[in-house]
Design a protein around this ligand. Structure first.
Ligand SMILES: Nc1ncnc2c1ncn2[C@@H]1O[C@H](COP(=O)(O)OP(=O)(O)OP(=O)(O)O)[C@@H](O)[C@H]1O
Ligand SMILES: [Mg+2]
Length: 236
């Protein structure tokens, strides 16, 4: 990151605790991180260490107990619910472990959903053209009019990825997007994620358990004791 370029995403002093039976469970403890425009980062760490919690907070779907999430220089804690919903829809694409597609909508309709809420009128490509181009890019051109129930697990995840990219987000957050897929399908999904993030110039943050997936990205951070540290094996 050059000194004059502001990070697209800053996490500042994040603390998160959940109420516990005896005492609160502290999941994040003063976590700081900054992500540059266009970079790709893997986040690793053992089950239950707080990776999903972190991604939900970074994506403004959940609030930290204290600390700030700054997106494109805007402190998200200062935004109204409406401004936040707009920012989320426009600037952030999310892919989850399970696809979260609407069962009654086709692949194309699912991919278009975020563009119905927000439409960038300055874009030179219509949302439908963009969706079809990305579906084609994801090897799904022939499946555009199928329902999620008529698609394989890997195909559904690729539709979810196209949906995450439809509004040209600055940031794509993916929480174990390959978790439910077999090894080969998972590898192809990760390759597609890495390729599309480069083509679309989005910042990509992926939670993954697989080291071979983490190695496809620019750097790897480990969530340890509630903070993010460079992963020991990431000696690039
Ligand atoms: N809504 C909640 N209420 C209470 N505790 C929660 C809640 N969500 C998560 N936790 C707890 O916070 C800790 C971190 O959970 P989180 O889902 O962030 O972990 P993770 O690193 O994503 O794990 P995994 O790799 O298994 O997905 C866990 O101990 C979990 O039980
Ligand atoms: Mg998780």
């Amino acid at each position: 990151m050059s000194a004059d370029e502001q990070p697209i995403l800053q996490l500042i002093g994040l603390h998160k605790e959940y109420p516990g039976a005896v005492e609160p469970q502290v999941v994040l403890r003063g976590l700081d991180a900054a992500f540059a425009r266009g970079e790709s980062v893997a986040i690793v760490g053992p089950s239950g260490c707080g990776k999903s919690t972190l991604l939900h907070i970074a994506g403004t779907l959940d609030e930290p107990t204290s600390g700030r999430v700054v997106i494109g220089g805007r402190d998200t804690s200062k935004l109204t619910e409406q401004e936040l919903a707009r920012l989320r829809n426009r600037n952030i694409g999310m892919v989850f472990q399970d696809h979260h597609l609407l069962p009654q909508c086709t692949a194309l309709e699912n991919a278009l959903l975020p563009s119905i809420v927000f439409r960038d009128s300055a874009a030179d490509e219509s949302p439908k053209d963009r969706a079809m181009r990305l579906l084609d890019r994801a090897g799904l051109a022939e499946h555009a009019h199928k329902l999620p129930g008529q698609l394989s697990g890997g195909e559904r995840q690729r539709v979810a990825l196209v949906r995450a990219l439809i509004n040209q987000p600055d940031i794509v957050l993916a929480d174990e997007p390959t978790g439910a897929l077999d090894r080969e399908t998972a590898r192809r999904m990760m390759e597609l994620l890495a390729e599309l993030h480069r083509e679309e110039k989005a910042t990509l943050i992926v939670v993954t358990h697989a080291r071979e997936h983490a190695r496809m990205l620019d750097r790897t951070l480990e969530l340890r004791d509630g903070t993010l540290v460079p992963a020991p094996e990431d000696s690039r």
